[in-house]
Design a protein around this ligand. Structure first.
Ligand SMILES: C[S@@+](CC[C@H](N)C(=O)[O-])C[C@H]1O[C@@H](n2cnc3c(N)ncnc32)[C@H](O)[C@@H]1O
Length: 271
């Protein structure tokens, strides 16, 4: 197995020293883009590689053990390819070895949380953000997972993001990812339930599925500023009108589908 640890351009020496302490010596360094370095070390025993990767993740590093060769490596390389959305956003894992120097709107994600940009429900909301974020928006990311949608909004010019999720590990991942992408100062991530959130938002993205969208509909309406827009994903095409019904007096202004999935965008009637 190969242990891959992502680092900033100036942090590789510390990681090499730590790998040496852990018995994973003689690493090599790769540079998939200008600001990111990868420290790669061979660990023959797969269980040991997994253990060291987990230990490093517990210490806050974006670390993973990947196959060394063969079909498993080919599959891994396909799985870690940067995901490009609409020519303006690129999402990739921090440990991706693909060259992404010229990737527009690059967001890099470390371990934990759901949402690497690949799933249609995430991708459709990234497309909505590309169309609708014009700059300066305060965005609420409900069910943030990795924080990918909020980070995408910031990359597109939004000013601040509040990110909420039921799961503490999603909040931890969102905070780590925000810091990794130098957006930590503009992201407030919290596990607090939506009814405790104050203020109002220019845009809300919620890839949370039908059940949570229905349950949270009164809060979503409350938190959207007059003139703002709200996009819900994780639903089927036939559920769009049901969701719109729960969010009245907002009305559907856009809908997109991808296979069995749909996303619906709502706003006030006069827009
Ligand atoms: C499908 S993932 C979406 C992750 C990411 N936003 C994306 O688009 O890829 C749904 C997330 O919503 C969270 N979630 C589900 N119900 C929720 C609720 N009532 N309040 C807050 N978060 C919720 C889950 O924990 C999960 O992280």
């Amino acid at each position: 197995m190969i242990l891959v640890v992502a680092a900033g351009a100036n942090d590789t020496a510390d990681i090499c020293a730590r790998l040496d302490q852990l018995g994973a010596g003689a690493p090599s360094i790769a540079a998939p883009n200008e600001r990111r370095r990868l420290v790669l070390a061979t660990v023959d025993n797969p269980a040991e590689a997994g253990r060291v990767a987990e230990l490093l993740r517990d210490e806050g590093y974006a670390a993973i053990a990947r196959p060394a060769d063969g079909p498993a490596l080919e599959a891994w390389m396909r799985h870690t390819q940067p995901i490009r959305v609409g020519g303006r956003l690129t999402v990739c894992f921090a440990w991706s070895e693909h060259d992404c120097d010229d990737s527009p709107g690059l967001i890099e994600l470390g371990p934990g949380g759901f949402g690497n940009g690949e799933h249609p429900t995430t991708r459709m909301l990234l497309e909505v953000l590309i169309e609708r974020v014009h700059g300066g928006e305060r965005v609420l990311d409900v069910g943030c997972g990795t924080g990918v949608l909020g980070l995408g909004a910031l990359e597109l010019g939004a000013s601040r993001v509040t990110a909420v999720d039921l799961k503490p590990e999603a909040i931890a991942a969102t905070r780590r990812n925000a810091a990794w992408n130098a957006m930590g100062q503009r992201v407030d991530a919290t596990v607090e339930p939506l009814h405790t959130i104050a203020g109002s938002f220019d845009a809300i993205v919620a890839n949370i599925g039908r059940g949570a969208a229905v349950e949270l509909a009164p809060q979503l309406r409350r938190l959207l500023r007059p003139g703002g827009w709200l996009a819900v994903s994780g639903i089927s095409p036939s559920q769009c009108s049901l969701i719109a019904g729960f969010l009245r007096p907002l009305v559907e202004v856009d809908q997109r589908t991808s296979g069995e999935w749909a996303a619906v965008v709502l706003a006030q009637d006069d827009q």
